[in-house]
Design a binder for this molecule. Sequence first.
Ligand code: ZN
Length: 282
Amino acid sequence: MIRFGPAGNSESFYEAGYKSSVEMPGWLKNLGLNAYEYQCSKGVKISEKTAVELGKNARENDIFLSIHAPYYINMSSEEEEKRENSKRYILESMKAAKWMGAKRIVIHAGSYKKVSREWAVNTAIGVLKEALIEADRMGYGEIAICPEVLGKANQLGTLDEILEMCRVDERMLPTVDFGHLHARGLGALNSLGDFQKVIETIENAIGYDRLKIMHCHFSRIEFTKAGEKRHWTLDDKEYGPDFEPLAEIIYRKNLEPVIICESRDKMAEDALKLKDIFYSMG
Ligand SMILES: [Zn+2]
């Protein structure tokens, strides 16, 4: 089953008088959505009590939960301490996911400046392997770590780098952020063929079964020559990419991804628009 939902809480959620993320699952179900990415991007601060309550509400409303792990994870840092901390943030995110019953955590692999790309990738993979061993030991084995395709040129996270990381363990899934791909490629996603190439690359690297259930982020995005600059909404049509070609491929290839909308402020409203575009394909 394909799922659509927002990254975090829309402005309209608060404007309607809601205050707590534990109320999101019911609100989303009413809208017609069925996924929610809880944001721990500034740190894993949620209490066990809140996480358990959020998880219960999600199950009752059939909302698929994922967690966005802290932005400051940097598995390719030259400093060992930062790499150790990164592993800790991954495990903390998994602990919160376990409390909630969330099935996936999305992570940013890191960035690099002075070292080679090979060093950065291999170092990140080393940290990832250690995190997976720890995660199994701590009972988080059923939660998928989903490294994200990132939008800035200096970040570790091209599609190929992310797929290389996903080959470490078959439970891992890529977070394919189509806005980031577009931005990093300086406007790379336009035609159906452009999207097809991305989907084929994923399938060739990790197979159809994982492609089918991949994690996706989608928003229109502004970029400079350094890549990602700013997320926009679906109505801001001067920025790409369009969702229609992707929807067509998802439909044709019978994919069942989780699609998280990262439009600025209107992520829930726009997730609904993505859903409508997809179902108009049939
Ligand atoms: Zn992200």
